[in-house]
Write a protein that binds this ligand. Structure first.
Ligand SMILES: Cc1cc2nc3c(=O)[nH]c(=O)nc-3n(C[C@H](O)[C@H](O)[C@H](O)COP(=O)(O)OP(=O)(O)OC[C@H]3O[C@@H](n4cnc5c(N)ncnc54)[C@H](O)[C@@H]3O)c2cc1C
Length: 429
């Protein structure tokens, strides 16, 4: 049986008993590949609608990004409203904002309905790594206030220094509509909710082949599922299962660490309050305090499956850049996970055939969005979902070089983000 990566999330979660691998030939209404947020939410909502649903997971529930991520339950899309308006126009940008609000409401309603305890804390603060980034954050706030959404508090550099003990930032915006949590606990809670609703889950059941048709068939090593509908929720772990989908995402590994337990005073000098923080640098640093008194962080990118030999010191370097006062602090946990980026920075959602749906490529922003998209997939299968149509209508382009040039593409991306971040810092001095 596959083990979870050595994350702080896994050490703090009560893991579920193992689900048996798929055996023999089975018949379901819907067969879903992957057991992360996208698939589990789709499964749960389909079961609520009366469908007989089976989830096939290659490893364990939440083994992918959904069990490894930074736990930042964010608001908005990756691109903020000024960029969304420029790209898609006023009306679609507004609809995308509404989706992000609905995604937060879905999180709260799922936790309440299924009593999912995942250490949720209120507050999600975006810190500006450059003066230009601060202007963009403030423009974003003005636009959403124009929608009647007064969800943000803004901070200039001085007022931010009372809240965030990093000298690196020029200001920030915080919202108490969003927050942070233990992502693996949330994912396991979604799995339990799905099982309660009647979903069958098989772990250690990699789908090796999909036979298109009506019905379609998913083939695993020791069995198969024939179903009227299928969903692919494989994200950064898709591999070669579908070449067209794989060509539109760039899977990159993002690194995470958790410090040793720190005393209360040290912690509140880092983040004074319950909120988590993330920054607008291209390397995207993000931090949250855990209930057991640690600071967890996310940083950097690399080639999936090939973590740097010095992963601990790579994380320490990023940590000390943001919080110089933590130089030399012990990192008790380090791990990584694959996220899938798209060129649009928007999720890639659609159909491969009239009865085969997929969603992938949340570009590091799927904690709130992926369960929402899972619900839209369920609604689209049942009848129709205007939100599914909206997301499916967003143009997605192939990543240059497709799957063939992935390693050079990640290395080039890593080099560019590091270099541009360094230039931003030296210009800002
Ligand atoms: C390190 C890291 C930090 C992140 N931080 C944040 C954050 O703070 N906030 C945020 O909003 N988002 C964050 N994200 C992104 C977020 O975690 C993802 O967008 C989200 O979890 C995607 O969920 P998913 O269900 O689509 O995919 P995943 O959770 O990756 O699940 C895909 C599953 O499919 C399975 N699978 C793949 N192929 C097959 C197959 N052939 N057969 C069967 N199963 C298969 C995999 O084993 C995996 O379990 C982060 C991601 C990473 C990796």
């Amino acid at each position: 049986m596959a083990t979870y990566p050595p994350s702080h999330h896994a050490s703090a979660a009560r893991l579920l008993p193992e689900f048996t691998p798929l055996g023999g030939d089975q018949r379901y209404d819907v067969a879903i590949v992957g057991a992360g947020y996208t698939s589990l939410s789709a499964a749960l909502h389909l079961a609520q609608l009366g469908y007989k649903v089976c989830v096939l997971e290659a490893q364990r529930v939440g083994w992918g990004a959904s069990g490894r991520n930074g736990g930042q339950l964010g608001i908005a899309m990756v691109e903020l409203q000024p960029q969304l308006i420029a790209l898609y126009g006023e009306q679609r940008a507004r609809q995308l904002w509404d989706i992000s609000i609905d995604a937060l409401e879905l999180f709260h309603s799922l936790c309440a309905e299924y009593q999912i305890e995942c250490d949720f804390r209120v507050g999600n603060m975006a810190c500006a790594a450059t003066p230009a980034d601060l202007n963009n954050l403030l423009d974003h706030v003005l636009i959403v206030e124009g929608y009647g959404s007064h969800v943000y508090t803004s901070y200039d550099r001085d007022s931010l220094s009372n809240i965030c003990g990093s000298p690196r930032y020029y200001g920030a915006i915080n919202t108490n509509r969003a927050g942070h949590l233990n992502p693996l606990k949330y994912c396991l809670g979604l799995a339990q909710a799905a099982v309660t609703a009647g979903v069958t889950i098989h772990e250690m059941s990699p789908v090796e082949k999909i036979c298109f048709g009506d019905p379609l068939k998913m083939i695993c090593p020791d069995g198969s599922v024939t179903a009227n509908y299928g969903i692919l929720g494989c994200n950064g772990y898709l591999g070669k299962l579908n070449k067209a989908m794989a060509g539109r995402i760039l899977p990159v590994e993002n690194y995470q660490a958790a410090t040793a337990v720190l005393d209360d005073e040290t912690l509140s000098n880092l983040i004074n309050g319950d909120m988590c923080i993330w920054d607008t640098s291209r390397s995207v640093h993000f931090f949250r305090k855990t209930p057991d008194g640690r600071l967890t962080m996310g940083c950097g990118i690399g080639i999936p499956g090939y973590p740097p030999r010095n992963l601990r010191s790579e994380c320490a370097r990023h940590l000390e850049f943001v919080y110089p006062q933590l130089a030399g602090v012990e990192l008790d946990f380090v791990w990584g996970g694959n996220l899938a980026g798209t060129r649009s920075h928007m999720p890639d959602v659609g159909t491969l055939a009239p009865n085969l749906y997929y969603a992938q490529g949340y570009t590091g922003h799927g904690l709130a969005l992926a369960p929402m998209v899972g619900k839209y997939l369920a609604q689209a299968i049942q009848d129709e979902s205007p939100e599914f149509e909206l997301l499916a209508g967003i143009p997605q382009r192939r990543v240059p070089g497709g799957t063939a040039l992935r390693i050079p593409a990640v290395l080039a991306y890593r080099f560019t983000t590091n270099t541009l971040d360094r230039l931003d810092r030296s210009w800002a001095k």
